[in-house]
Every structure is written in structure tokens, then in C-alpha cells.
Design a protein around this ligand. Structure first.
Ligand SMILES: [Zn+2]
Length: 282
């Protein structure tokens, strides 16, 4: 992988890439601009063509190579910057480990199907409709419910499980995706989320990777109010911030981020125009 990164770097000019985002002015052997990562009147952002690096000598003090610039300005992860720059450089990336890739794909597909299943339930199932009514009473608009892909998991013990098995998945895979629980000492599984409003948890690109479930009948006090997916292959709780996929551009633009606690608070503040993300899973 390192050799591919070096190959990309050798074919790409950092001045050209950065010049696509900020207006650079010649300053001796280097180029200079107003730093795109903090507000300033006097340009202190420097790009060196000979060393192929950039650095802000102003208050943010950021710096790095063409990869870090693209990650920061686009708000993307390294792998995505790699793909973009590889294409620009005409470098064909060696494939990821196909086994790992297909595993990831499998759990992404399971999570996506489950999200769609829960969404449909919210529209069509009898109690699902009640749950939707509750969400609307709490102030959520139809388009917000759609945007955040809220859903309903019925009271059934195996509705989702049967749906996914019918799609060709094994119960053990559904368990690994965090959506089913295995009965102790038995070869049987049941749905993790039952009788709950479902909040899909997305990665930065909007792919559902985990779920949060909330009971909505306040008298159902024998159960925990919230239930979340466990740590899984896709869902690394230490790295995921609920709502960040909706807010990432706005956070970069404003250099500010408001953390709120809980799904409903986040969705409400998003709906009200404050694109924030809650403290979650930290
Ligand atoms: Zn700066």
C-alpha cells in the first residue's frame, strides 16, 4: 500500500490540488493563500511545490501532504481520499483483501435491509403507525422521519430474523450484525430489537451500521428505555458519532460543533436547522 501512496504522490501536484479549492498566489518559490481552515485576513497558508506539503503558519497551525489536505477540506476519511487521488493520478489501487471486503459487504447489506424493513414497519404495521404518530406528536416532520430513516421493530420475537433468513442470510450472520441474540446453550436466535422505535446509526457516508431502539409507550417501564446495537464488525462504538454524516460539512464550514445527548435531541436540532451531533458512544 505504501508504494501505491508514493506512486500517487509522485504523479500529483499538491499545488494543483489545493489550487482547486483556494486561490493561491506566488510567494517566491512557494504559494500562499488565506487559510481555508480558519478565518484570517493576512494569508498565512503556504504550499511548497518542492516538498509537496502545505502548512498554515496562522492560528490553526495545520499542515501535511496532499492526502491530509483533501481529507480535511472534504471531510472524508483516508480511504476515500486515496480513491479520489488514485483516480486523478491514474493509479489502479490493488484490491482490498477480498475476504474482508465481502464480509464487510455482507454486514452492510444486512444492516441496509434491516433499516428498510424497520422503515416499512413504521408506515404499515398497526403499532408502527402508532409509533409514527407518537414521533409526529413529539414534533418530527415526515421528511425528517424519512431523512433519518426512523423505523419500527414489532413485538415479534423473530420477524426480522425470518425476513433476513428468507433473503438468504444465516441467523449467525444476523447475530454478528448485532440484530439477533442467540439463546444460551441453544441453537436458536431471536430479534434483538422488539417493540421499539428504531434509529439507524450511520457511518460518514450514510450507510447504516448499527441501530438504537427506543420504547415509546411510557408505561412499558419494565424495559430499558434505550437499547443499542452491540459492538460489531461494522459498528465501532469508539469511532461513531450519531448524526455526524448529516452534520460533517456544516461543522467544517462553521468550525463549530454542538454536541447534544440522545437521538431525539439530535434529530430535533437538525430539523430546527442546527446541524449538530450528540455525544454518543464516546
Ligand atoms: Zn489556518
Amino acid at each position: 500500500m505504501d508504494s501505491q501512496i508514493n506512486e500517487i504522490k509522485s504523479r500529483i501536484d499538491v499545488v494543483e490540488v489545493i489550487g482547486g479549492y483556494v486561490r493561491l498566489q506566488k510567494a517566491g518559490a512557494n504559494w500562499r493563500a488565506n487559510c481555508p481552515f480558519h478565518n484570517e485576513r493576512t494569508p498565512s497558508f503556504m504550499v511548497s511545490p518542492s516538498r509537496q506539503v502545505w502548512r498554515c503558519f496562522g492560528s490553526c497551525g495545520e499542515g501535511g501532504d496532499v492526502f491530509s489536505f483533501l481529507m480535511k477540506i472534504e471531510g472524508i476519511e483516508f480511504v476515500d481520499a486515496l480513491k479520489i487521488l488514485a483516480q486523478k493520478a491514474g493509479v489502479i489501487l490493488k484490491r482490498e483483501d477480498p475476504k474482508l471486503k465481502s464480509e464487510r459487504r455482507k454486514y452492510c447489506d444486512i444492516s441496509e435491509m434491516a433499516a428498510g424493513f424497520f422503515e416499512k414497519n413504521l408506515e404499515t404495521a398497526a403499532v408502527g403507525k402508532e409509533a409514527k404518530k407518537y414521533l409526529k406528536e413529539r414534533g418530527l416532520k415526515d421528511e425528517t422521519i424519512k431523512e433519518f430513516r426512523l423505523g419500527w421493530a414489532s413485538e415479534s420475537w423473530d420477524e426480522l430474523l425470518n425476513f433476513l433468513i428468507a433473503k438468504g442470510y444465516k441467523a449467525a450472520d444476523v447475530e454478528k450484525a448485532g440484530l439477533a441474540v442467540k439463546k444460551q446453550n441453544e441453537n436458536r436466535w431471536f430479534d434483538r430489537f422488539r417493540g421499539r422505535i428504531i434509529f439507524p446509526i450511520f457511518d460518514l457516508h450514510g450507510q447504516p451500521i448499527g441501530f438504537g431502539g427506543r420504547i415509546f409507550k411510557e408505561n412499558a417501564d419494565k424495559e430499558a428505555k434505550y437499547l443499542n446495537s452491540p459492538q460489531t464488525f461494522l459498528y465501532d462504538k469508539s469511532k461513531v458519532l450519531y448524526g455526524l454524516n448529516f452534520a460533517k460539512q456544516e461543522i467544517r464550514r462553521r468550525e463549530k460543533c454542538v454536541l447534544v445527548e440522545g437521538y431525539m435531541d439530535l434529530i430535533m436540532s437538525h430539523q430546527d436547522g442546527l446541524k449538530s451531533c450528540p455525544e454518543f458512544g464516546l
